[in-house]
Design a protein around this ligand. Structure first.
Ligand code: NDP
Length: 291
């Protein structure tokens, strides 16, 4: 059947993937190293393959989601001979280099390979809120998109297999920066007796305001010119010093503030003080200066 699928790996995420596929009506064959993790899925109608060989042989479309790429290769190396003509969609998290290596390995076995990244927690799988990024051959994506879309909002980023891992870490970096900024603010306010919950509204509005700046800054980065239309890096640097001073005075960590200020100082030293904030991109485009 064209819409049947095999899921390899039934950890927290693999079980969510298999469950969503089955609920959407796709005949789902599953396999996991620890077979007992398939019990609930089997009770709901999934088929447990007796072996990894049976699991791979069962369908053209194979979705894998295990801990890391080492686990993936442990799992698939012994069944490489069965992959010819199949489509492997690997939703295991990793780096772009690992994705490209796995693509080469899969091609050596005659399989089409799509790498993927899941931007969601297991509970969101199967809803539009779950964003799944895919990269690799467009044709294989288009052919299997009717199945893949059962998992959430699916996107094809491009033919380069490394793209989904790259976007994944880019988004995680953004997420951690936002969260770290929030925690720094909560620590500062907390030192003055203000509860974090009193900060959330202003923090949310600020995050949304900053999000609105991104398109114009992205355009400047792509054009390589950073005219200050809102505020110069010199002006930012003054405020960065206030963040450091307040943190030190209140006895909270000044580590992140000091790093932010150091970035500003380096940009000013490089002659970018009169540019807008996007001029800081040069500081991110090279290896870090401090070890
Ligand atoms: P779990 O730890 O719950 O599951 C890990 C899975 O990998 C299990 O099926 C485990 O099998 C299998 N496994 C590990 N090593 C091997 C091996 N050597 N051979 C065969 N199978 C192996 O992790 P998750 O399901 O949460 O995560 C899976 C992937 O999904 C990770 O790459 C993670 O980064 C990614 N992800 C997870 C998210 C989440 O919120 N959980 C969000 C986004 C991405 P066994 O059961 O036998 O141990």
């Amino acid at each position: 059947p064209t819409n049947s699928v095999t899921v390899l790996g039934l950890g927290l995420m693999g079980r969510a993937l298999a469950g969503a596929l089955r609920r959407d009506g796709h005949a789902t064959t599953v396999w996991n190293r620890t077979a007992a993790k398939a019990d609930d899925l089997v009770a709901e109608g999934a088929t447990l393959a007796a072996s990894i060989r049976d699991a791979v042989s069962a369908n053209t479309l194979i979705i894998a989601c295990v801990s890391d790429y080492e686990a993936l290769r442990d799992l698939l190396d012994p069944v490489g001979d069965l992959l010819d003509g199949r489509v492997l969609v690997n939703l295991t998290s990793g780096t772009s280099a690992e994705a490209r290596e796995t693509a080469t390995w899969a091609a050596g076995h005659g399989a089409a390979y799509l790498d993927g990244a899941i931007m969601a927690v297991p509970a969101a799988i199967g809803t539009a809120e779950a964003v799944l990024l895919h990269s690799g051959p467009r044709e294989a994506f288009d052919q299997h998109e009717p199945v893949l879309r059962s998992l959430g909002t699916t996107t094809h980023l491009g033919e380069d297999h490394g793209l989904s891992s790259l976007y994944d870490v880019a988004v995680l970096g953004l997420m951690w920066s936002i969260l770290n900024g929030f925690l720094q603010g909560a620590a500062l306010l907390g030192a003055a007796g203000v509860p974090a919950s009193a900060f959330t509204e202003l923090a949310k509005v600020s995050a949304t305001t900053v999000a609105g700046w991104l398109p114009a800054y992205a355009e400047q980065i792509d054009q390589g010119a950073y005219p200050a239309f809102d505020s110069t890096i010199d002006t930012h640097l003054g405020a960065m010093a206030h963040l450091v001073d307040e943190s030190e005075a209140l006895g909270v960590s000044a580590e992140l503030p000091a790093f932010i200020k150091a970035l500003g100082e380096r940009a000013v030293a490089a002659g970018r003080g009169g540019d807008g904030y996007a001029g800081l991109i040069d500081q991110f485009r090279k290896p870090s200066e401090v070890g």
